[in-house]
Write a protein that binds this ligand. Sequence first.
Ligand SMILES: Nc1ncnc2c1ncn2[C@@H]1O[C@H](COP(=O)(O)OP(=O)(O)OP(=O)(O)O)[C@@H](O)[C@H]1O
Ligand SMILES: C[C@@](O)(CCO)CC(=O)[O-]
Ligand SMILES: [Mg+2]
Length: 388
Amino acid sequence: MTIDRELFVSAPGKVILHGEHAVVHGKMALAVGLNLRTFIRIRPCKDDTVLINLPNIGTKLSWDVSQLQSLLPSFQDDPQNMEILKNFAGLTDGCKDTESLAVLAFLYLYLSIFGRDLPSVDVVVWSQLPTGAGLGSSAAYCVCLAAAMLTYCGRIADPMREEAKTSRWSQTELDLINQWAFQGEKVIHGNPSGVDNAVGTWGGALQYQSGRITPIERVPMLHILLTNTKVPRSTKVLVAGVKEKLLKFPDIIEPVLSSIHAISQECQRVLKEMTAGLSMDHYSVLEELIDINQHHLNVIGVGHPSLNTICRVTAERGLHSKLTGAGGGGCAVTLLRPDTDHTVVEAVKQELTDCGFQCWETSIGALGVSVHLPSSLTEDAREAFSNL
Ligand SMILES: Nc1ncnc2c1ncn2[C@@H]1O[C@H](COP(=O)(O)OP(=O)(O)OP(=O)(O)O)[C@@H](O)[C@H]1O
Ligand SMILES: C[C@@](O)(CCO)CC(=O)[O-]
Ligand SMILES: [Mg+2]
């Protein structure tokens, strides 16, 4: 049964500690939820129209439901054929840009999830995450769309319904959200591993390999500094580049990916040991792993001079950094030790800001996809939606 009120859902971004790119080729990744989130509001719309407003990327579009309805037969005949959706939305040239991919993912999920009963809806997606910077903005976007649409059409229960015992979805429902979000990620990325949508759905900390999601129940409280170089890049293009290198030099690149896998394993072992009692030696190992992985990521071609700058500036103050997410620009993560002096962190932040970068100090782990009452939205989200 379709719900007839507005619905708010949010999903977290993510930080990949280790394993980006290698995870696309069957290796292990360690990833954690990030307390920067994407929010969606979906509500019925009066005049047989579908409205989509994406303020982060400056996109506002609308279609008649009847236009979308006429698209259904050819879409359902061949749902993987993006040409049908591209032609419909007038997206012809290359289709790699921000707006095209966001609109394609929306149309794909809207037509697939609602099927024959296309509703007239007004959808707004607003995010605290930088778009296309390695913090899983595409996955958070797809998780929000999938969860909101599945709930709206009643394929999963509305956790806010009056008789609900908890305000969370069940594991089976979360699985369904994750599966649809993965389909959306495919539209945006081409060949995603599925790690980002898994974190967007379940949050917390998890180990991910070949579609297998293993939550890590206990992780030490790690403080990190995230730095956005603001250098634009596309995960789709970077993932395709690594594949090309792997095909060209299999004997050279495959061992690098295997070494990244071993780094994830070693990191997980150390994190587990830290929960039983942490020492500064543990931090030293984590730092070495960060340094080795950053070199590997440069070898496979996903580094960038701006990321090297972050590594140099932080190393000058005794801190260790690596790129996180797809690289090629975007964000780096720096580990902050408990004994790192506050003035050191402030000095590093100042220097990075002076380079034109943006920094956030945060800790790892965040709640997965969640439903909200308007009153339980964060203040910035409430304000953003009140103007949209
Ligand atoms: N808030 C948003 N509104 C609209 N589209 C979004 C939003 N967030 C992400 N997107 C879509 O996702 C694309 C960015 O995805 P991409 O995978 O390249 O970067 P990312 O997910 O931020 O980084 P990574 O995959 O490395 O974690 C954008 O070009 C846009 O199409
Ligand atoms: C680069 C990559 O490994 C992580 C992007 O956040 C791609 C993926 O796993 O889908
Ligand atoms: Mg992405």
